[in-house]
Write a protein that binds this ligand. Structure first.
Ligand SMILES: *Cc1c(COP(=O)(O)O)cnc(C)c1O
Length: 362
């Protein structure tokens, strides 16, 4: 089936057509059970295959070592903004929060309820370009419980590709909009998390990958539903999980594996992003003011030199079959989210449109 429109939404975002067709085919009679996956107990043997497969594919795709556990939680990435301090502060009252944009800043704001976070701004503007300080210049504090950062700021389109290499320091990463988009070394992190609706599946489920020795230093007032040790003990089913989101995620993970794994998507994503940024940089009609080393390959932001053309750009893009390229309201402009499911032809169509628009109005 050929797609008529391309969807650049930041999340929930487009899913692989093959996966949706498969889910559609199975929708009313899942695995010959005579029931939909929506109607099945999370404790049934059939659903257990979803649990096992999603864990297996994720472990395989990201090469997750044995000493790391995988949890499937509720409450989205925002829920983790509270879960992390409640699980990891222990007796410590300090944590380092790296601020590279909207989401990492808001993780810090939430943590203020539980500790005195050190607010570390790492985004700098030099010669009209935003860039992120190298990690060895991050002014981390001496005795903090952990350091939290976000390697892909979904709203601004700023990415940190450098991987942490700190000794005696717990590192937490919000990978909501970039998990499985490129190869990472899990061993460099103590805990990473991602909600599903950006690069993994539909909204509902949130993935946690954590070193097992992090469990069990919880705040005494932690809600049980947020306690990693409790979630682990209950195989991520302390409460009823978002079963459909979990199921869909397992299908997407399997699809990623069959396509060639994270290595395949890393190459494809680099190619897509390069193609789009090359168009943006070709003239000053389109502007992106992020340093080339910190440009996101997942969420590509840009604006028009002449912002009086903004509405026209949006209206014409929709007619062209390109949807949801309006930027987030807090920064304006435009944003093309091009996660794993976005094909190169989708990006080419956007670039074709941008060329046409510039010719006509530039
Ligand atoms: C979307 C997003 C969030 C918030 O995710 P929810 O699942 O809506 O809570 C947090 N961090 C990043 C980096 C995101 O992209």
């Amino acid at each position: 089936m050929k797609k008529k429109i391309y969807n650049f939404s930041a999340g929930p975002s487009m899913l692989p057509t093959e996966v949706m067709l498969y889910a559609q085919k199975q929708f009313l009679n899942w695995k010959n059970t005579g029931c939909s996956v929506l109607e099945i107990s999370h404790r049934s043997l059939d659903f257990n295959t979803v649990v096992e497969e999603s864990t297996k594919y994720l472990r395989n795709l990201l090469n997750i070592p044995e000493e790391y556990i995988i949890l499937f939680c509720s409450g989205g990435a925002r829920g983790q903004f509270s879960s992390i301090p409640l699980n990891l502060l222990g007796n410590c009252n300090k944590a380092d929060y790296i601020d590279s944009g909207y989401w990492s800043y808001h993780a810090m704001v939430e943590a203020k309820k539980y500790c005195t976070p050190k607010h570390i701004i790492v985004k700098k503007k030099i010669n009209n370009k935003y860039s992120i300080m190298n990690m060895n210049h991050w002014p981390l504090s001496k005795n903090s419980a952990y350091m939290h950062f976000c390697p892909n700021e979904t709203i601004e389109g700023v990415a940190i590709y450098e991987e942490p290499n700190f000794i005696h320091r717990k590192v937490i990463g919000d990978f909501s909009s970039c998990l499985l988009s490129r190869v990472i070394d899990i061993k460099k992190y103590d805990l990473i998390y991602a909600s599903a609706q950006k690069n993994i599946g539909s909204s509902g489920i949130t993935i946690i990958i954590a070193k097992s020795n992090l469990l069990g230093q919880v705040h005494p007032l932690i809600p049980s539903i947020m306690d990693y040790k409790n979630i682990f003990k209950n195989q991520s089913m302390f409460n009823t999980p978002a079963t459909f989101s979990w199921y869909l995620s397992s299908l997407v993970l399997k699809w990623m594996k069959n396509m060639g794994g994270v290595q395949y998507f890393q190459k494809l994503n680099a190619k897509k992003a390069k193609f789009l940024y090359t168009k943006i940089d070709e003239s000053d009609f389109y502007i992106n003011d992020i340093d080339k080393y910190n440009r996101s390959q997942m969420n590509i932001t840009f604006r028009l030199r002449d912002c009086s053309l903004n509405d026209m750009f949006i209206n014409k893009s929709i007619k062209f079959g390109l949807k949801f390229i309006k930027g987030h309201k807090i920064i304006g402009g435009f944003r093309a989210s091009i996660y794993n499911a976005m094909s190169f032809s989708g990006v080419r169509k956007l670039v074709d449109f941008m060329k046409y628009f510039e010719k006509r109005f530039g």
